[in-house]
Design a binder for this molecule. Structure first.
Ligand SMILES: Cc1cc2nc3c(=O)[nH]c(=O)nc-3n(C[C@H](O)[C@H](O)[C@H](O)COP(=O)(O)OP(=O)(O)OC[C@H]3O[C@@H](n4cnc5c(N)ncnc54)[C@H](O)[C@@H]3O)c2cc1C
Length: 336
């Protein structure tokens, strides 16, 4: 296992930020894990961070420890029962390619999550979601290694504690578990989720199947979201905030037309709408800005630093707080 020093991460994060890793290695095989873990044990003062496709990261600073890029590849169909197909994929598999592969195998369930950048291993981290589906709906179990003890553990869906853009791995024990494989459970009788505006219109009158829905989602995403290969970004920069019912009623009285969706005792707001109402869509400060078509997406127009993007995000948070009394939380993993 080769461990390199002072490695630029510019090509390894979709914001295109020129941060450096003090130490860096790529994990291609499980066999290499032992030597990396041993190296980490010999350097106990250095922090360790796992990296997939770098599409949900904001490097405000260089990383002072070891970055382990997870490149483990493999995927296989495990079998089926009366209700489900079971499929396993290694953490380093490209997410979108994996989704399309399941469709090629005549399996459904992941089509609404087409074209989300990144890797299979990062998908459970923030329980990726789009167009009415979250990855937890299709996960059977997650296999992860405890970076401290080398224990390998299978986490059931319940143990993963998935919630909106969150999981056990992201917020309960962040940075401790290296996800190595994910087993998916895909329904043999899929229930298509096409109620989202945009999706419904594209599919009107058509006989639905997973490929058709995936193609429609790809079209919509390509028309709405910036391609990181062209303009640096990490997708939605803020989570949609959840507020108590009483606050929702106050906001509705103050801002008629404010969109919101009841979620149990709380109401989910649209972070994009709140930001848009504060006049941020398409604004920029130097090379840090919001995307012209989508105020929720922060972009790097070229040479912004992570600190400039972070300052820009902070200005947005402050103005949304001042106007609506709602605090926005960033979605990406922020290295400070
Ligand atoms: C244009 C664009 C659109 C996007 N659209 C969506 C969307 O619709 N829905 C959505 O949910 N997200 C979206 N995202 C965010 C992002 O694609 C997802 O969060 C994705 O799962 C990140 O994968 P990654 O491999 O790039 O993870 P990285 O950015 O490399 O890492 C993200 C986090 O996961 C950790 N991590 C990565 N791999 C592992 C592993 N094997 N084990 C343990 N921890 C690990 C990292 O340490 C970090 O904390 C979008 C991003 C972009 C750029």
């Amino acid at each position: 296992m080769q461990i390199r020093e002072n490695v630029s991460l510019k090509a390894l994060n979709t914001f295109g930020l020129d941060a450096k890793a003090r130490y860096f290695c790529s994990l291609h095989k499980m066999g290499g894990l032992r030597s990396v873990m041993q190296w980490a044990q010999e350097h106990p003062d250095l922090p360790v961070m796992f990296l997939g496709g770098g599409s949900n990261m904001l490097f405000v600073a260089d990383f002072p420890g070891l970055v382990v890029q997870v490149r483990l590849l493999d995927k296989e169909i495990l079998g089926q029962d009366d209700n489900y197909f079971y499929v396993r994929a290694a953490a380093g598999e490209n997410w979108h390619d994996f989704v399309r592969w399941t469709i090629d195998q005549n399996m459904a369930g992941l089509e609404n999550l087409s074209l989300i950048p990144g890797t299979v291993g990062a998908a459970p981290m923030q329980n990726i979601g789009a167009y009415g589906v979250e990855v937890k709906d299709c996960i059977y179990e997650v296999q992860a290694i405890d970076w401290r003890t080398a224990e390998i553990r299978d986490f059931s869906v319940e143990e993963c504690r998935f919630s909106y853009r969150d999981s056990f791995f992201k917020s309960v024990e962040p940075g401790r578990w290296l996800i190595v494989t994910v087993v998916f459970r895909l329904p043999r009788k899929p229930q298509w989720k096409t109620a989202y505006a945009g999706v419904r219109e594209q599919l009107e009158g058509k006989t639905l199947n997973a490929r058709l829905i995936s193609d429609a989602i790809i079209n919509i995403r390509q028309s709405k979201l910036p391609d990181p290969a062209v303009i640096g970004n990490a997708g939605s920069f803020f989570k949609n905030p959840m507020i108590p019912q009483a606050k929702w009623e106050t906001l509705q009285a103050q801002f008629p037309g404010i969109p919101g969706w009841p979620q149990g005792d709380e109401v989910k707001l649209s972070a994009g709408w709140l930001i848009d109402q504060c006049g941020w869509k398409g604004k920029r400060d130097g090379d840090a800005g919001t995307f012209e078509k989508h105020a929720l997406v922060l972009v790097n127009h070229g040479n912004a630093t992570g600190a400039q993007i972070w300052d820009f995000a902070y200005a947005i948070v402050t103005s949304v707080q001042a106007k609506f009394g709602v605090t926005l939380e960033p979605e990406p993993w922020v290295v400070k």
